[in-house]
Design a protein around this ligand. Structure first.
Ligand SMILES: Nc1ncnc2c1ncn2[C@@H]1O[C@H](COP(=O)(O)OP(=O)(O)OP(=O)(O)O)[C@@H](O)[C@H]1O
Length: 268
């Protein structure tokens, strides 16, 4: 893997591309994610978001460009909780700690601690994944990622299968965790509003081949954002001609375009 010369902990992508056989699905992706920031990559289905995240996570070999992950500890959460069915919720949360060689009593104590912050009590922790609701399984999956105290968290459509109430709860928990212990988060989603709610920067991808078409910065703390701000900013993004083109939407109505800057957004 090629290296890029930077010193501060950051995730750096330069000119990253990928092809499946002869088909190029990603081209020329540049990204700089510093510590303590949340960046969202949004784009239509099939534009290569998961491929990009898998390249960052090292789950796919790098073909083109350079990726430098300057963070010491990374963790991932996927759309499917991917829990081990033969292990209790507690053991699932403690799995990564076990892989790191943390002794049983210590890893269970850390896992319990993390689980409590996510509203998982001892009864839930003793259960096996198939005994838990989908929402509980997602909490276990997020706790399993965060118990590792990652300084880079990769989220692949982690919340997209959840109902609105549970989404809001996991958003709160993620942001509370970030306030407690700042980490960089790279999340991919096709939900523009989720990106606007959680991220400091939203990068919008165009398809065929997948590439970053435009980006927006929101400098306020995600945890402080009100619903009204999130709705207004999402509407502002949806008013942008480049964003609309990326999602295959018609051109915006000519009347009264919403100035994104008026609701605290800046084009990157
Ligand atoms: N293993 C593979 N072999 C061949 N083509 C693949 C493979 N994985 C993904 N693709 C194709 O590459 C393109 C990008 O897929 P990818 O899953 O990265 O997109 P995505 O933006 O995450 O999509 P979605 O939002 O629907 O999950 C798609 O056209 C997909 O069909």
């Amino acid at each position: 893997m090629a290296h890029i010369g930077v010193t501060a902990p950051a995730l750096e992508l330069a000119g990253v591309g990928h092809a499946y056989r002869a088909r190029t699905v990603l081209s020329g992706i540049d990204l700089h994610l510093p510590a303590g920031r949340i960046h969202a990559l949004v784009g239509p289905s099939g534009c290569g978001k998961t491929t990009l995240l898998h390249l960052v996570a090292g789950l796919l070999p790098l073909q083109d460009g350079a990726i430098r992950n300057g963070f010491a500890r990374s963790a991932c959460m996927f759309q499917q909780p991917r829990l081990l069915p033969w292990k209790s919720a507690l053991d699932n949360i403690a799995l990564g700690l076990k892989a790191r060689g943390v002794p049983r009593a210590a890893r269970h104590a850390q896992a319990r601690d993390q689980a409590r912050r996510f509203g998982l009590d001892d009864t839930a922790l003793a259960q096996y994944p198939q005994q838990l609701s989908g929402g509980m399984q997602s909490r276990v999956a997020l706790a399993r990622a965060l118990v590792l105290a990652p300084d880079l968290l990769l989220l692949d459509e982690a919340f997209s299968a959840l109902d609105v109430g549970l989404k809001a709860e996991l958003y709160r928990q993620l942001l509370a965790e970030q306030a407690r212990r700042p980490m960089a988060v790279l999340m991919i989603t096709h939900d523009l509003m989720e990106a606007v709610r959680l991220a400091h920067a939203v990068w919008v991808m165009a398809p065929e081949p997948g590439r970053i078409a435009t980006g927006f910065r929101f400098d306020d703390a995600p945890a402080q954002r009100t619903d009204a701000q999130v709705y207004a900013r999402t509407a502002g993004l949806l008013d942008d001609a480049t964003v609309r083109a990326c999602f295959g939407l018609d051109a915006p109505a000519p009347a009264a375009p919403l100035a994104l800057a008026a609701v605290g957004g800046l084009r990157c």
